[in-house]
Design a protein around this ligand. Sequence first.
Ligand code: SAJ
Length: 425
Amino acid sequence: MKKSICVVGLGYIGLPTSVMFANHGHRVHGVDVNEQAVEGIRNKKLHIEENGLQERLNEAIDSGMMTVSTTPEKADVYILAVPSPIKADKTAEMKYIESASESIVPYLEKGNLVVLESTVPPRTVQDVVIPKLIASGLEIGTELYVSHSPERVIPGRVFEELISNDRIIGGVNEESSRMTSDLYRSFVKGQMHETDDTTAELVKVMENTYRDVNIALANELAKISGEIGVDVWEAIRLANFHPRVNIHQPGPGVGGHCIAVDPWFLVELKPDLAQIIHLARQTNDGMPVYTAKTTKNILKQAGAESGKVAVLGLAFKGNIDDMRESPSIDVIDEMSAHELVVKAYDPHIHVNNIDEQVQTMDDALTGASIIVVLTNHDEFKGLNPKEVADKMSARIIFDTKNCIDRSKWEEAGFDVHILGDSKNQ
Ligand code: SAJ
């Protein structure tokens, strides 16, 4: 059955979801508080980057199936896809969820479905969303259906994953879950797993917490390996041949808006119980300091304490252009605090977001004593060490992602250091 759907929040999740529904026969009205973004989308201009989004937006707007504005409209279904970040004190910022829930109340009618897609602290549907929705006067579960169906897609592959990933559907009752599964089945090819709302909330937060704890383990193993004459990358590769072992990769820290955020929801919820989770967060948040200190030590050992540092990579992970919450920023801050002169370059980021940023590889490398690789972009894997060497004042490289070809750099006369590999570290 084709529905009318009002999507509140047209960001990384809300916009792709809106165009998917619109291109699968539903009438979609997208809402955002950002007037510029709304105006842009109306004119088929994107304010975010995502593979395949432009074509799909063009289709949705040209067919007349998708409209946008800054205020909600009457619809059969309301999807809330607004941000739920953490504040400086690491507690959840709920104001967007609250205002989005409030904003739809005047439009709600008997038989409507409200789906919360944002990743949220467990109990948000019960303790934050429902208390707002009851102002509609509708009875929850019989007159107004409510569920949580968290998005689980990875930036860069949103459309593939929207279609192929399984979905967790957490209704406040069975009827709410059933209505939500029916709706998403219009484009989801993965399985629908129905459960209750609070379980669904926990499942989503658990997934990212699992990754964070696993990365913290890898980072701890990297530090241990670095001290006992072992290459952690080789050790992890070998351990992962075990059919029930999947240790993640170490690195200079954990960035992005999900893995470094969601575990804090559990720490806030149950501070006395979420101990490993809290320690993992601290371990990963400590990696930029460790990376900066290791850089300083490497320079000292080489007698180049005052040498310039060429940082390669500002995005929070390889082959994307997103540097928000990137550990690179903290690594650079820490290096500057240790009085190191830093020039940072990222081929995917064309505006200068920090003082240390430069726009050409040459500007970063010229006169540098050490290269510190912080992001595993393909461009860095393919660098020619011989060409690089001519520009630098010393030949040292510290790779925190184990993405360069060590022997090639050694052949070109580089002193090669790899995070978690005690050879040379
Ligand atoms: N990282 C490591 N070691 C690893 C893997 C990642 O240090 O072994 C670092 C990365 O360099 C990066 C950060 O962790 O800085 C996060 O990267 P990511 O690619 O693993 O995750 P995100 O934040 O882009 O997307 C995650 C995904 N969650 C899971 O894989 C469980 C995605 O499916 C979610 O939809 C998304 O969070 C979300 O919205 O929650």
